[in-house]
Design a protein around this ligand. Structure first.
Ligand code: CA
Length: 246
């Protein structure tokens, strides 16, 4: 890997940021904090099968980051040639959520606790930025990541008009943290999420945690890509150090 100094300098010059200040961490949830993408894909597949929508399980890894309503609209346009009504979006998403709840429990992503603990220790502001509106995971956050997300420091599907890859979720995250783009680091595992964060102007770290290859995260605009969350957690203190001293 090119060294961190080069990556940071190159990024700063491309963005024309005078300097980078790692004040806030904006963190995605599914596939980043939780090893949940397999269950999501399976819940989508079952819901679609019940409703006569022809899909494959794997296609849902590509839609990761979109809101439920956007995903349903995309499927309805493809399978039925028409937009989904708000009622259909609500009903089908509720059913998908119901199925998800009954699948085997998902685990926190290995390495994610270490990473968020570092962010907490160095005093970075932390904001959750997720396309999800699923309470089954949102309600577990405090238990699995104690003290990481303070009250109100989350952007979910309910807080935005446009989901990822639109920059709105990450712009909202920066507003909650009270930072400018050059003061924000985003952590993402999916191409649409990386695109959202990078377009919003955050230094975006892509982490490979599933079947999507690193080249896709680079193409989507990641400033740097790690091959796992433990690798990301290991390198994070050095990354902060280089940002602060360059
Ligand atoms: Ca994700």
């Amino acid at each position: 890997m090119t060294n961190l100094k080069d990556i940071i300098t190159d990024y700063r010059e491309r963005r024309r940021y005078k300097r980078l200040q790692p004040v806030a961490a904006l963190i995605d949830m599914d596939g980043t904090l939780y090893d949940s993408m397999g269950n999501h894909a399976e819940a989508w597949r079952i819901m679609c099968e019940e409703n006569g929508l022809a899909v494959t399980r794997d296609e849902f890894f590509l839609y990761e980051g979109m809101t439920g309503a956007q995903t349903i609209d995309l499927l309805m346009q493809r399978c039925r040639g028409m937009h989904a009504t708000p009622e259909e979006c609500e009903q089908l998403y509720r059913r998908k959520t119901e199925i998800f709840k009954h699948l085997p429990d998902v685990s926190p992503m290995p390495g994610a606790r270490e990473l968020t603990d570092i962010m907490k220790e160095v005093g970075m502001r932390r904001v959750l930025v997720t396309g999800s509106g699923q309470n089954s995971l949102l309600n577990r956050l405090e238990q699995d990541y104690p003290g990481v997300f303070l009250d109100g420091m989350r952007v979910t599907s309910r807080d935005v008009t446009h989901g990822k890859p639109h920059p709105e979720p990450y712009i909202r995250g920066m507003q909650l943290a009270g930072v400018t783009p050059s003061q924000a680091i985003a952590i993402e595992n999916a191409p649409l999420g990386v695109k959202s964060a990078a377009t919003a102007g955050a230094f975006t770290i892509g982490v490979v945690t599933g079947p999507v290859p690193r080249a896709e995260l680079e193409k989507a605009g990641a400033a740097i890509v790690f091959d796992s969350m433990p690798e990301c957690a290991d390198a994070f203190p050095q990354l902060l150090y280089e940002m602060l001293t360059l």
